[in-house]
Design a protein around this ligand. Structure first.
Ligand SMILES: [Zn+2]
Length: 381
C-alpha cells in the first residue's frame, strides 16, 4: 500500500452532458449522425479501468469523501448561480448552466460530489493522512466562474477546495499549478486579488476561453504578480513543458514558498487530444509529475494534491493518467510507455527539443513576470 490517496466514485460517470452540439443556441450538428459529447464519462472511466487492470488501484488508499456542502460551494460561487444549477438539474432533458456547461437531471449532485472529492483530496494531504493524492473527478471545474458554468465545468472544484482550506486555516499559501491545455480562467478569477494563492496556468495560446490567460493578466491589488499565465504555442511538447517548469514554474514557486501545491491535472495537452495540439506524451506527464513532486518535497514537506480536469482522448489520456498516478505512487508498470509508443514519441522533435517559438513564449513570460519575481534571462534566440 502506497501513501497516495485516490478519490473516485462511480457517480462521476453518470453526469450526462448530452450529445455534441454546435452554435448558439446549441443544436446537434446538422446533417450528421449525432456524436457523443467529448466530455464523455468514458474519458474518466477508462482511466479508472486502467488503474484497476494494472493493479494500481489496490495500491492506492481510497479516500473517504462526501458531497461538498452548499456553503462550501458558496465560498466561490454566488447563491443565485447555485440555485440556478439546482433548478436546471431537476429538469428533464439537457440544459446549460452558462457557456458550454451542459447538464441533465442529477448533475447537481454529481458536481457537488466532484467538488467534495477535491476538498477531501486536499484535506487528506494537509492533515497528513496521505503524502499525495489524486482526485479523479468529473465534471471538471477550472473554467467555472462565480456566476456561471463554462467549458464543461459546473463548479470550480479546485477553487472551492482551496478557498475552504484557506478559510479553515489548514493552508496559508497555496500554489495552484494548472497544466490543463486550456486556461484555468475560473480558478484565476477566484484568487485574482488574493496574495495567498499563486495561480500558474500553462495553456495553449488562443484556445479556450478566447482572449483569456493572456500574459498581462498578472493579478490585481495585493494579488498583483500572483497570477502567472504561460500561453504556449501549439506543438510545445515534452521538452517545452519541462523547460517551462524549470525556467518559470519552479523559480517562482521557490520565491512564493507555498505550504501546499495543488495541480489542476488536465490531460488535454496530450499528443492525441481532439481539443489540444500540444504533443505532450505520457512520459512527458510522468516527468512533469516527478518535477512537481520534487518541488513539493523541497518547499512544503511534499504536500501535493492533483485534481482531474480535462483530457479528451479516450485512448491516450488514460495512459497519461496512469503515468501520473504511477509516478505519484513510485510504481512503473511500463504499460503506459509500451501502449503509448513512448520510444517512438521520444524520437520526435517536440519531445527532445525546445522550439524557437517556445523560447519566444518563455522570453515574453519572463519579461512580464520579471517585475514580480527574480527570473533568469531567457535563452538567446
Ligand atoms: Zn482543458
Amino acid at each position: 500500500m502506497s501513501n497516495v490517496g485516490l478519490i473516485f466514485h462511480e457517480r462521476f460517470l453518470q453526469h450526462d452532458p448530452g450529445p455534441s452540439v454546435v452554435g448558439t443556441p446549441p443544436r446537434p450538428y446538422p446533417y450528421l449522425e449525432p456524436e457523443a459529447h467529448v466530455e464523455h464519462p468514458r474519458r474518466v472511466g477508462r482511466i479508472k479501468e486502467l488503474l484497476d487492470q494494472t493493479g494500481l488501484t489496490s495500491k492506492l488508499r481510497a479516500l473517504p469523501f462526501e458531497a461538498a456542502s452548499l456553503d462550501d460551494v458558496a465560498l466561490f460561487h454566488t447563491r443565485e448561480y447555485i440555485d440556478h444549477v439546482v433548478q436546471l438539474s431537476a429538469l428533464d432533458g439537457y440544459s446549460d448552466a452558462g457557456e458550454g456547461a451542459r447538464l441533465s437531471r442529477g448533475s447537481m449532485e454529481i458536481a457537488l460530489l466532484a467538488a467534495g472529492g477535491a476538498c477531501a483530496a486536499i484535506d487528506a494531504v494537509l492533515d497528513g493522512s496521505v503524502a499525495r493524492s489524486y482526485a479523479l473527478v468529473r465534471p471538471p471545474g477550472h473554467h467555472a466562474v462565480a456566476h456561471q458554468g463554462m467549458g464543461f465545468c459546473l463548479f470550480g472544484n479546485v477553487a472551492i477546495a482551496v478557498k475552504r482550506a484557506l478559510t479553515r486555516g489548514t493552508a496559508q499559501r497555496v500554489l495552484v499549478f494548472d497544466w490543463d491545455v486550456h486556461h484555468g480562467n475560473g480558478t484565476q478569477s477566484a484568487f485574482y486579488d488574493d496574495d495567498r494563492v499563486l495561480m500558474v496556468s500553462l495553456h495553449q495560446e488562443g484556445l479556450y476561453p478566447e482572449r483569456s490567460g493572456l500574459l498581462d493578466e498578472v493579478g490585481d491589488g495585493v494579488g498583483a504578480g500572483r497570477t502567472v499565465n504561460v500561453p504556449l504555442p501549439a506543438g510545445t511538447g515534452d521538452a517545452g513543458y519541462l523547460a517551462t517548469f524549470e525556467r518559470v514554474v519552479a523559480p517562482i514557486a521557490r520565491q512564493f514558498r507555498p505550504d501546499l501545491i495543488v495541480v489542476s491535472s488536465g490531460l488535454d495537452a496530450s499528443r492525441s487530444d481532439p481539443l489540444g495540439r500540444m504533443m505532450v506524451t505520457a512520459g512527458g506527464f510522468r516527468a512533469l509529475t516527478r518535477l512537481t513532486m520534487s518541488l513539493a518535497d523541497e518547499l512544503c514537506s511534499g504536500k501535493l494534491a492533483l485534481v482531474h480536469e480535462g483530457g479528451y482522448s479516450q485512448s491516450y489520456a488514460p495512459l497519461c493518467g496512469l503515468a501520473i498516478i504511477e509516478e505519484l505512487a513510485g510504481i512503473d508498470s511500463g504499460l503506459a510507455d509500451d501502449l503509448g509508443g513512448q520510444a517512438r514519441a521520444d524520437r520526435m522533435r517536440p519531445a527532445r527539443e525546445v522550439g524557437l517559438d517556445v523560447e519566444r513564449a518563455l522570453a515574453e513570460v519572463i519579461a512580464i513576470q520579471g517585475a514580480y519575481w527574480q527570473l533568469g534571462s531567457a535563452a538567446a534566440i
